[in-house]
Design a protein around this ligand. Structure first.
Ligand code: HEM
Ligand code: SF4
Length: 561
């Protein structure tokens, strides 16, 4: 894991002291909320519906047990005993008191964490594949790249006041688990087809929100050594030409859309040619120094398949189901990556209690070389577990209420905080997620349906990624009543696509039934082994729309009665 040096440590401590003084002035009344706002946003402090909210960065989603335990301390002492993992590898606390936030920041600094650049118009936390360094299909661990970008972008003076926020994601495998095409910049590590040299495919202009777009490729192959200079060129073009007159048109995706990907690429390449690459790019020694922190842990030499695991699976069907759904192939023989679902039926997606944080810390230490990850699906990952240990881990997870075996299934729902917390929300999202999960709670039925991702946002800002959900749900408000639009066919992977609307919005209470009808069409029409999203692609929206209309038609009759 990367370790921060004395400079980082001193900087973070100074920042905490500065913020402490600013909070004191706000509480005394010498700063108005308007004056205070830009200062708090520099430190991850939002004003929500009921209280302040603190967003803590988890760079590329990697955490150790000390950090997990510290988050538990913060949850108990300063919040209501839980935290919330977000879709961008951050954790949020929903109930801190403003006067306590400097103390929380101090506790975070003790374990090399902070909230800098988790809000505001700057380059945000750089995210990555949650199986980085573990995935069997990986070309290269994307985290050294993400860390390099983190260092370059943190407090970069030129990019401290961008037209709008800016999000970068990196994936090291062909299968994109980091939603790179839904980011302002997405980087995909790849090998050059002829030289086999490692470099990046660079995509710009993806994003969700009110104008969703899929990122466009601006450079098919960028040599690794040129990374920072190329990013600098992109940021310069955006910083100079991105719109500052209209907040809703200020993201880089709008610039790319308005001038066209080709023209945007031309301007970036011209800037790249003009700037002094050598002074911007990291020197190879620094790159190697960073990469060394991400060296694989000391894996044992093990057989590829564990006979112990097979025996336990044969004996215990619930464990076999857990392995089927929550365990992923590892690059090291005899190991596996385990996803710990934070989607227990009826729970708020992504919430974790302080007891669970502590249990996760213990298990991370005991079973996973002291490394855990946060996934953008709002789940926790133990990336390096011996297959021989999976049964013991599963039992311990069960004792902590963390053994829900639904990863990737219909109840593994992504949802933003919505109207339960968020000041911008037009509708609730957490209760909708809970109602759907309860409706589909039966494990056999979930297994029958197979892989299906539902994503829910409580307003057009799309924090719950609904546009790229296989089924997307967007909560709006119509004549003072919450109203939900359903989209179908979205995808956040390398086959990224935006979902299309099925029909008019429906009432919240009808959403589980709408999902039921969509699923019924899939089950009736699917081919052998065909997952939901592939069936939607093959069938098109027609049959799903027809089934959906029976629901909205019924509604009209109710209204008339
Ligand atoms: C709680 C207070 C929150 C506020 C006030 C807030 C605000 C916003 C706004 C205004 C946007 C649209 C920005 C734009 O398109 O320029 C947005 C997008 C987004 N937010 Fe949030 N958000 C909040 C919480 C969250 C949470 C909890 C998550 C994760 C679960 C999240 C993840 C995202 C993501 C992934 C996007 C889409 C980014 C994109 O368009 O590229 N946000 N948020
Ligand atoms: S999508 Fe809307 S309701 Fe949900 S967290 Fe984002 S801003 Fe709030």
């Amino acid at each position: 894991m990367y370790r921060y040096d004395e400079f980082d440590e001193r900087f973070v401590r100074e920042r905490v002291a500065q913020f402490r003084a600013q909070v004191t002035r706000r509480l005394e009344g010498s700063l108005t909320e308007d004056e205070f706002k830009p200062l708090r946003l520099k430190n991850g402090v939002y004003l929500q519906l009921h209280a302040y909210m603190l967003r803590i960065a988890i760079p590329y989603g990697t955490l150790n047990s000390r950090q997990l335990r510290q988050l538990a301390v913060i949850a108990d002492k300063y919040d209501r005993g839980y935290g919330h993992f977000t879709t961008r590898q951050n954790i949020q606390f929903n109930w801190p008191k403003l006067r306590d936030i400097p103390d929380i920041l101090e506790l975070l600094a003790d374990v090399e964490m902070h909230c800098i650049q988790t809000s505001g118009n700057c380059i945000r936390n750089v995210t990555s594949d949650h199986f980085a360094g573990a995935a069997a299909d990986e070309i290269e661990d994307p985290r050294p790249t993400a860390e390099l970008i983190r260092q370059w972008s943190s407090l970069h003076p030129e990019f401290d006041y961008l037209p709008r926020k800016f999000k970068i994601a990196v994936t090291g495998a062909d299968h994109d688990r980091a939603a790179t095409k839904a980011h302002d910049i997405g980087l995909r590590v790849q090998r050059h087809p002829d030289t086999h040299e490692i470099g990046y495919e660079v995509m710009v202009g993806g994003g969700l929100g009110r104008t969703p777009m899929i990122g466009k490729v601006v450079r098919e192959f960028l040599p690794k050594k040129d990374l920072l200079a190329y990013l600098e060129a992109i940021m310069r073009v955006y910083n100079l030409e991105g719109r500052r007159d209209n907040k809703y048109k200020a993201r880089v995706k709008i610039l790319v859309h308005e001038i066209g990907a080709e023209e945007f690429t031309r301007r970036v390449e011209a800037e790249f040619a003009r700037l002094d690459g050598a002074s911007v790019n990291a020197d190879p020694e620094e790159v190697a120094r960073i990469a060394a922190y991400f060296a694989p842990p000391a894996f044992q030499t093990l057989p590829a398949r564990s006979t112990k695991l097979e025996a336990y699976k044969a004996m215990n069907p619930a464990f076999a189901r857990f392995v089927e759904n929550n365990v992923t192939a590892h690059r090291a023989p005899g190991y596996a990556a385990v996803t710990v679902s934070l989607k227990e039926i009826g729970a708020a997606p992504g919430d974790i209690t302080s007891d669970q944080l502590r249990a996760a810390a213990d298990l991370t230490e005991r079973f996973s070389f002291d490394e855990a990850r946060i996934s953008h699906h709002q789940n926790l990952v133990l990336p390096h577990v011996r297959q021989d240990d999976l049964f013991a881990l599963w039992q311990a997870l069960g004792a902590a209420g963390l053994a829900t075996a639904n990863v990737g299934l219909i109840t593994d729902i992504i949802a933003c905080p919505g109207l339960d917390y968020c000041a911008l929300a037009t509708a609730r999202s957490i209760p909708i997620a809970q109602a759907i999960a309860k409706r589909f709670a039966d494990e056999k039925r979930q297994a029958l349906i197979g892989a299906l991702g539902i994503k829910i946002s409580g307003c057009i800002n799309a924090c719950g990624h609904h546009h790229v959900g296989h089924i997307g749900i967007l909560g709006l408000e119509k004549n003072g009543v919450e109203n939900y639009q359903i989209t179908l066919g979205g995808d956040a992977t390398e086959k990224a696509a935006l979902g299309e609307r099925l029909g008019p919005g429906i009432d919240g209470e009808d959403v589980p039934e709408a999902i039921e009808r969509i699923v019924a069409v899939y089950l009736a029409e699917r081919r052998e082994g065909e997952v939901f999203i592939d069936a939607v692609r093959r069938l098109g929206l027609g049959p799903f729309k027809a089934a959906f209309q029976t629901l909205t038609g019924q509604e009209a009759r109710h209204a008339a009665a």
